[in-house]
Design a protein around this ligand. Structure first.
Ligand SMILES: Nc1ncnc2c1ncn2[C@@H]1O[C@H](COP(=O)(O)OP(=O)(O)OP(=O)(O)O)[C@@H](O)[C@H]1O
Ligand SMILES: [Mg+2]
Length: 707
């Protein structure tokens, strides 16, 4: 179908923008979507391969809603990286549409979003907006759920499922759900009352296969039998290196997925060591710049920053959640600009994103979660494979696994190369998640009676799939009972109403059990470490840092002296494996940070990474903030919490609290001032020349202007 055939049926701006991007024809899934009533407001589920252009289907629906119906549109995806990429692409394509992105602060109703026509959000953020009663969510014209197979994900699925169910019963918006990997697309489309668009079209041919003995065994489309390729170019005997040699000899780029951060780093080092000189040609200056930027991301570079900045000089990078955001973005940009040739990544780059990777290698098909290992499913491998051969960058691509011998090759071939996608199963029914959602449904007056609660859950995908709601009803009863005992809800005739405490807990987006634990234990805290232990001993702070030997020793003593803090009700079932030692070790990490230990030492002491450290500090900030808010409601003292929050935010000892009140003064500058005898803001006022000599004129002026 030609794009021009849509003239008169969709706002012309869309056609114009498509043409600008060189899109003249609709891909088959796009054309089928139009036929199935995309333009008539039908709900639509699109199950079509990676790179088949699912985003454009969403885009047509969104812009039509905005320009033709004057109704807002919202794009929801589970991964922040993906939301960011789509937001940026969209803004570029439609600069005149008021577009906003919101993926941050979970305790805000972000009233400003009401003024925007197109909103990009993460699943959690959207759920939190609804908890805050953001009114505009009811009048949205079009809702996009990208990567909807995430419904089956144990950690992110339940919130997505609840959000979708809430929105379906509270708004009349057209719903478009997209995925490349759902085995039971029909079932999902029935649940959503949607038309199903199925297609196996992929614009760029993606050859999938298994490497064995320096050759690739590709799948033959007609017979599904493996076909042997010519020998890969190169001389290395390591298949991963050999593949990179082969890719570089074709002047292409590769993305290699590893099962752990450590393996990704080791892989990048192997590649840089053996092939560095082939990967840098003509790019030395740009790589040098980038390397410097990566090294300078923190005041004091950590081991990891040093390692990464060195590898980059060889045209190779690793990429995982342990990097700082700024580093991740810089690497992605450099890969897109063909400056970096090889990225060794964990699955952080695995979903939805458009990257110029001609070759994708999934080096290891194991996945590690909560210290247990399992094999990846077909869906996950298919998603990672799908990052290769994207239309924006390539006319063909290849996606590969490695086998040590022919027998293994045949197994992998059968299990991953020609296997069908798996069905998605609802992951609802996990107590901590339900606890939080049941409270929020009551607090927002979405549902107030047990009957309506049960009929709401019958409308979830869980209810649709399993029909039998016996188990779910029992769990909900248990949850209602706990929330009542914890005084977060109360019974009022046949109804449940949220208490002031319950409403606030729901808005704060923390597990009600964490709130209950804070309330019980905050009264017994005596020092900063106690506070940090209280906030660390929650589900939200997981995964914990590794328990250090020091933490183990100190924990025994701590347990003895802090009996009061430890006495608490908890059901180990609610926590999975309850791990107060891990929580204590995490509290020690935060404590060291607030005692001004430098990043490199911290990362080393707790076997952590700068990215993980940053995430811990951000999470802790949110939990302390929640503790402060809860204290306010219960009229408990909160001064110590407030101080601790500032100390954590800046990573400073108590004595620097006064100085950091000024902008431009953070952890490092405050310490410099203090060591030079300038200990308070009024000391600054009296020692201007000294301050100027310490920081230079420009910064000093900015500081003085605040006095
Ligand atoms: N009709 C078209 N003609 C040419 N290029 C197109 C067309 N539709 C989309 N594209 C381009 O194809 C690329 C891939 O599209 P998109 O990101 O929507 O894939 P996807 O189906 O969402 O894949 P994934 O499942 O991996 O997220 C984009 O760069 C997009 O601009
Ligand atoms: Mg996509």
């Amino acid at each position: 179908m030609e794009a021009m055939e849509l003239k008169g049926r969709i706002p012309f701006e869309i056609i114009e923008s498509m043409q600008k991007r060189g899109i003249m024809k609709l891909t088959p899934p796009q054309a089928i979507a139009v036929k199935e009533g995309l333009l008539d407001g039908n709900n639509i589920v699109v199950a079509a391969p990676t790179a088949s252009g699912k985003t454009l289907i969403a885009e047509i629906a969104c812009i039509s809603s905005i320009l033709a119906k004057r109704q807002k549109a919202v794009y929801v995806a589970p991964m922040r990286a993906l939301v960011t990429e789509k937001f940026n692409e969209f803004r570029e394509a439609y600069p005149y549409i008021k577009t906003a992105m919101s993926i941050g602060d979970l305790d805000s109703n972000d009233q400003w979003l009401a003024d925007y026509e197109m909103v990009f959000v993460s699943t959690e953020k959207f759920d939190s907006l609804m908890r805050h009663g953001a009114e505009w969510t009811g009048s949205v014209g079009c809702l996009i759920f990208d990567e909807v197979h995430m419904l089956g994900d144990m950690s992110r699925g339940p919130t997505l499922e609840i959000l979708m169910t809430k929105l379906r019963s509270s708004s009349k918006a057209q719903i478009i759900a997209l995925s490349a990997t759902i085995g039971n697309a029909k079932e999902i489309s029935k649940w959503l009352g949607a038309k199903l668009v199925e297609s196996d079209y992929r614009p760029v041919k993606l050859s999938k296969g298994v490497i064995c003995n320096n050759r690739v065994y590709y799948s033959d489309e007609a017979t599904d039998e493996p076909v042997e390729s010519a020998i890969l170019n190169g001389s290395s005997r390591l298949p991963e290196i050999r593949l990179v040699e082969d890719t570089v000899s074709q002047k292409k780029q590769a993305l290699i997925f590893y099962s752990t951060r450590r393996n990704a780093e080791a892989g990048a080092k192997r590649i840089a060591d053996t092939l560095g000189e082939h990967l840098t040609k003509g790019n030395d200056a740009a790589l040098g710049e980038l390397s410097k930027k990566i090294l300078g991301a923190l005041d004091h570079p950590t081991e990891q920053c040093i390692k990464l900045s060195r590898l980059i000089k060889s045209g190779t990078a690793f990429h995982h959640a342990g990097l700082l955001n700024s580093q991740r973005n810089a690497i992605e940009e450099a890969f897109k600009g063909n400056t970096i040739k090889i990225i060794c990544s964990t699955t952080t780059l695995g979903y939805g994103v458009n990257m110029p990777a001609h070759t994708v290698l999934v080096k290891d098909i194991h996945r590690f979660e909560n210290s247990s290992s399992s094999m990846m499913g077909v869906n996950e491998v298919t998603q990672l494979f799908g990052r290769a051969g994207r239309p924006k960058y390539d006319t063909e691509g290849r996606a590969l696994l490695i086998a040590a011998n022919m027998e293994r090759m045949k197994e992998l071939y059968r299990d991953y190369i020609i296997a069908k996608p798996e069905a998605i199963d609802s992951a609802l029914g996990i107590v901590p998640v339900l606890r939080s959602h049941v409270l929020s449904l009551i607090a927002t007056n979405f549902i107030n009676t047990k009957d309506s609660m049960n009929s709401f859950f019958a409308k979830t995908f869980y209810g649709f799939q399993y029909g039998n709601m016996g188990h779910m009803k029992r769990v909900i009863d248990e949850v209602l009972h706990d929330l009542t005992r914890w005084e977060m809800i109360r019974e009022d005739g046949p109804s449940y109403l949220a208490t002031k405490l319950g409403s606030r807990v729901s808005e704060l987006y923390i597990d009600p059990l964490s709130a209950k634990w804070m309330i019980d234990s905050l009264g017994s805290v005596t020092d900063g470490l106690d506070i940090l232990f209280v906030i660390s001993n929650t589900l939200e702070m997981r995964p914990y840092v590794r328990t250090t030997v020091d933490a183990e020793d100190r924990y025994a003593a701590y347990l003895h002296t802090h009996k009061k803090l430890m006495l608490r009700e908890f059901d180990p079932m609610d926590y999975g494996n309850y791990d107060p030692e891990g929580a204590f070790s995490t509290a020690l990490l935060l404590n060291d940070w607030a005692d001004e230990m430098r990043e490199p030492e911290l990362v080393d002491k707790y076997s952590s990474t700068p990215g993980a450290l940053y995430t811990k500090v951000t999470n802790a900030d949110w939990l302390i903030y929640s503790a402060i808010e809860i204290s306010k409601i219960l009229r408990m003292p909160s001064r110590r919490l407030i101080e601790m929050r500032v100390r954590l935010r800046y990573g400073i000892k108590e004595e620097l609290l006064d100085l950091v009140r000024l902008q431009q003064i953070g952890r490092v500058r405050a310490r410099t001032l203090y060591m030079n005898g300038i200990k308070t803001v009024s000391d600054i006022r009296e020692n201007k020349p000294k301050v100027t000599s310490l920081f230079g004129k420009e910064i000093a002026e900015k500081v003085f202007s605040q006095l």
